[in-house]
Design a protein around this ligand. Structure first.
Ligand SMILES: Cc1cc2nc3c(=O)[nH]c(=O)nc-3n(C[C@H](O)[C@H](O)[C@H](O)COP(=O)(O)OP(=O)(O)OC[C@H]3O[C@@H](n4cnc5c(N)ncnc54)[C@H](O)[C@@H]3O)c2cc1C
Length: 413
């Protein structure tokens, strides 16, 4: 059996590990545009100078040798010929074909650069998705560069953090009224804004980049906001979302509009072809990409398994020593009960829907979050014993052992 996996990110590597653990004999070939296996979540540590390329490798130094996997790096898959079970790749300018029995597409996503002024044409505008982007950013910045970061989600703040660590002048523009608008509410976000400002970061919130002024060298030196504010800059990092990397499926029968459509076994619309991770459009976070890679790997080996994402969203954020863990959907409906507990060091917010914990945010002390993961995942009815949600432990639930493995009662369907 020959498995081909396109992509050596969270989904691809996890799928490869799963297949190898199950089948020692199978032939596994991995193909990637990347030159190095690297964690995207760690790219800021590369830009800040805290880690080199090898320090971003999350698979282990000798992964491919140890697991007996052939890795074709710096190669782009251009086409999938699904009728003949082949893929076409370009490596060193040469076209090559590989045949497969089972194929996994784990190509992730690419940065989206919005058509604002000359953002798409200028030489000093970068996304931050791949190590190659981080390398370009490092090459572009000088000791006294003014950097403008557009977008203040996790990627934008990673970039801002890294460049502040390099003592550069950093400004962040965000069209929402707070930073980390998808991940946090006003209180949770303000705690990070304060820490970034203390490190020297400037913020323009509730403002959009709307025009640019580009010089004769094709470098943008001014970005104009929608209120007319002009911001001088030498380097611009755009962190305004991503688009799933679906280019290689365009000429195939695989159904994909904005992302590749998959069923719960991570199968695409074409037999023997699977997709997992950000390219499958179900979520854009690391743990879910890994889980999907694992499920795809099992199904590629013929072990039927379904992917169920019960958290909807799980995020950990950590900047300047302040940690936040968010579980669940995070948006309260009018009928939900919202419980907040706050002191000088901690901010906790729980959203309870129909007597069941729907979402929780813990900022500050994030220890002992295991119980909340368990309650959300298993939709356990909260006890009516008068204890508030932030003081519960496994002992409050009849039939759930300390390891959280069993529940006999209180579980909703
Ligand atoms: C800066 C940054 C910070 C992040 N921080 C967090 C975080 O704190 N927490 C979190 O949960 N998530 C975070 N994420 C998101 C997380 O990194 C992604 O969800 C995860 O990497 C998705 O994994 P994946 O395997 O689907 O894709 P990727 O990791 O993007 O891997 C895609 C692979 O496909 C290859 N590829 C693509 N197209 C082709 C082609 N045509 N031919 C050959 N190879 C191809 C690429 O070379 C790469 O190897 C962050 C992302 C970024 C960019």
């Amino acid at each position: 059996m020959r498995h081909i996996i396109i992509g050596v990110g969270a989904a691809g590597i996890t799928a490869a590990k799963t297949i190898r653990a199950y089948d020692k004999e199978a032939q596994i070939i991995m193909i990637s545009e990347d030159s190095y296996v690297h964690s995207r979540c760690m790219l800021h540590r590369y830009i800040s100078g805290e880690r080199d390329e090898a320090g971003l490798n999350f698979a282990g130094e000798d992964f491919f040798e140890k697991e007996n996997i052939m890795w074709v790096n710096e190669a782009a898959v251009k086409k999938i010929l699904d009728e003949t079970h082949e893929i076409v790749i370009i490596k060193d300018g040469q076209e090559m074909k590989f045949s497969y029995d089972r194929l996994l597409i784990a190509t992730g996503a690419n940065s989206f650069i919005p058509p604002v002024g000359d953002f798409r044409e200028a030489k000093n505008v970068f996304g931050l998705r791949h190590l190659s982007d981080a390398q370009k950013i490092c090459k572009a910045i000088k000791k006294d560069s003014k950097v403008l970061v557009v977008g203040s989600g996790l990627v934008g703040l990673d970039a801002a953090y890294a460049l502040l660590e390099r003592k550069l002048d950093v400004t962040v523009v965000e069209m929402a009224e707070r930073i980390l608008p998808i991940q946090l509410d006003d209180t949770g976000a303000k705690a990070y804004q304060d820490l970034f400002e203390k490190a020297g970061c400037h913020f323009y919130l509730g403002k959009k980049a709307s025009k640019t002024i580009m010089n004769a060298d094709h470098m943008i030196d001014t970005v104009v906001l929608d209120d007319g504010t002009e911001l001088a800059c030498d380097v611009i990092i755009v962190a305004a979302g991503v688009r799933p990397a679906i280019g290689c499926v365009e000429e195939s029968r695989i159904k994909a509009e904005r992302f590749i459509e998959v069923n719960e076994r991570m199968e695409t619309s074409v037999k023997d072809i699977y997709a997992a991770g950000d390219v499958a459009g179900r979520s854009g976070i690391w743990p879910n990409a890994q889980k999907q890679g694992q499920i795809a790997g099992y199904n590629m080996c013929g072990v039927q398994m379904a992917y169920i994402d019960t958290y909807a969203m799980k995020n950990t954020i950590n900047f300047y020593g302040l940690a936040t863990l968010s579980l669940g959907r995070g948006e309260a409906l009018e009928t939900d009960e919202v419980v907040i507990c706050e002191d000088r060091h901690n901010y906790k917010k729980a959203i309870i829907r129909d007597g069941v914990l729907d979402s929780i945010t813990l900022q500050g002390d994030i220890d002992y979050s295991g119980i909340y993961q368990y309650l959300i995942k298993n939709k356990i009815k909260l006890p009516q014993n008068g204890k508030d949600i932030f003081h519960l432990n496994f002992g409050d639930f009849y039939g759930i052992q300390d390891d959280g493995q069993y529940s006999y009662e209180n579980v909703t369907e």
